[in-house]
Design a protein around this ligand. Structure first.
Ligand SMILES: NC(=O)c1ccc[n+]([C@@H]2O[C@H](COP(=O)([O-])OP(=O)(O)OC[C@H]3O[C@@H](n4cnc5c(N)ncnc54)[C@H](O)[C@@H]3O)[C@@H](O)[C@H]2O)c1
Length: 391
């Protein structure tokens, strides 16, 4: 998979204790990468990172799996970031660390911009310094969000060249992170010896081990595991739904292509630098109600009811659709799981947790989900999951 780029590769992941970062770290370890994670503590209790003991099962490491270094530090501080990058000397970087909650961004806009914008500046600045010393990475993938676009709520499917914006501080901070990355690419990363830098835009994802606030599946498991009806806000709202492994396969494809291209032809303007959308197909745009009902069925029963009108709600954007045509054409990436498959995989993972499964069993479950997803991607013809990886 991924043209074997990750086997034995030194990879630096910021935000590795978060929901996406935990899945990404495990997938990279299984691919044989040596992963250094850099993040604050897991943002939720419980968390996937703790529940499945991501990276901790050194004794039970799968054959061929890579090594893991777990660093806890802040992307708002340059000095520890510099030390960590110097120590890890990564060949590929994935930047996921962020303040990720829209509601919290209303309460703490300064912290949100410091983390999401200055955190990106700090990372790119330290990568630039490391590259100038000849020990820098070849590829950097900055994970932003579909919320980086100026959402005009017209139903238009956004392509990478559409204007950036963002209504609330979180969304706008992700637009800013995009602009920062583009400026660094144009101003500094065109030089020989500098890395190729891309940004990845995906929408909200679901999967086992997410306990984030204001996300529908965590709301479902909290209610069902407590034996109370799920309170559903906006049951009729249509949203694009995607399993977390879909967006991660996009990030990993992008990282592998950036790295291989730089290795093959040295530094040149063009291919794989820039912005990439990783969105689900139109058949994955379904209502919140449909997803809740799929979840209840996969869980084995339960009730839901519309949430009472809250007095004050932050602005909630209408349907935002990504056009992932560029990733399909140029990376051979495509979404592989239906909404029903994605929700069922998540429900089974959570059911294991709430039945008291131990960390090693939950980790095995993560690995089984990754393997099942890879099979589905190979059947769908995704280039990274077949033998015919373009070079
Ligand atoms: N989950 C989604 O649906 C979704 C959708 C689109 C984009 N994203 C983006 O993907 C990335 C990961 O999202 P997630 O859902 O895993 O988020 P998460 O909230 O679960 O995890 C965030 C991670 O960032 C770390 N972090 C936060 N502030 C930090 C700081 N100051 N210094 C160092 N680390 C810090 C946390 O410790 C954690 O590891 C984020 O950049 C997010 O904006 C997520």
């Amino acid at each position: 998979m991924f043209g074997d780029v990750y086997a034995g590769r030194r990879v630096f992941v910021t935000g590795h204790t978060g929901f996406k970062g935990s899945w990404l770290t495990q997938w990279l370890l299984d691919l044989g990468a040596d992963v250094t994670g850099y993040a604050l503590a897991p943002p939720t209790e419980p968390s996937l990172f703790e529940a499945a003991g991501i990276g901790a099962a050194e004794a039970g490491r799968a054959k061929g799996a890579g090594r893991f270094t777990d660093l806890r530090a802040d992307v708002r501080e340059r000095h520890p970031l510099r030390q960590a990058l110097e120590m890890a000397a990564p060949e590929i970087v994935f930047h996921l660390a962020a303040q990720t909650l829209v509601r919290r961004s209303h309460a703490e806009p300064h912290l949100t911009y410091q983390t999401n914008v200055m955190g990106t500046v700090n990372l790119l600045e330290e990568v630039r310094a490391l590259a100038a010393s000849g020990r820098g990475p070849r590829a950097v993938v900055n994970v932003t969000s579909d919320k980086c676009y100026e959402n005009l709520e017209t139903g238009h499917a956004y392509v990478e060249g559409d204007p950036l914006g963002g209504f609330d501080p979180y969304s706008s901070s992700k637009g800013c992170s995009e602009l920062v990355t583009a400026a660094y690419r144009r101003s500094f990363f065109g030089e020989p010896g500098m890395p190729r830098v891309a940004t990845a835009r995906a929408g909200n994802v679901l999967g086992g081990g997410d306990w984030g606030e204001d996300r529908i599946l965590p709301d479902c498991v909290r209610a069902l595991s407590a034996g109370v009806p799920i309170e559903v806000r906006n049951p009729g709202a249509v949203r694009p739904w995607q399993h977390v492994l879909e967006s991660l396969s996009g990030y990993l494809s992008l990282g592998a292509n950036l790295w291989r291209r730089a290795a093959a032809v040295g530094h040149e303007e063009g291919a794989f630098d820039g912005a990439w959308n990783f969105g689900p197909g139109a058949e994955c745009n379904v209502t919140v109600r449909e997803v809740v009902e799929l979840f209840v069925t996969a869980w084995g029963g339960g009730e839901w009811q519309p949430a009472p009108e809250a007095a004050e709600q932050p602005h909630e954007a209408g349907l935002l659709v990504l056009d992932a045509g560029k990733a399909e054409r140029e990376l051979g990436w495509r979404a592989a799981w239906s909404v029903a498959e994605a929700v069922a995989a998540a429900a089974h993972w959570y059911a294991g947790f709430y039945r008291g499964a131990r960390p090693d069993a939950l980790l095995t479950h993560c690995r089984a989900d990754i393997a099942a997803y890879c099979d589905a991607a190979a059947r769908s013809g995704a280039a990274w999951a077949t033998a015919e990886v373009p070079t």
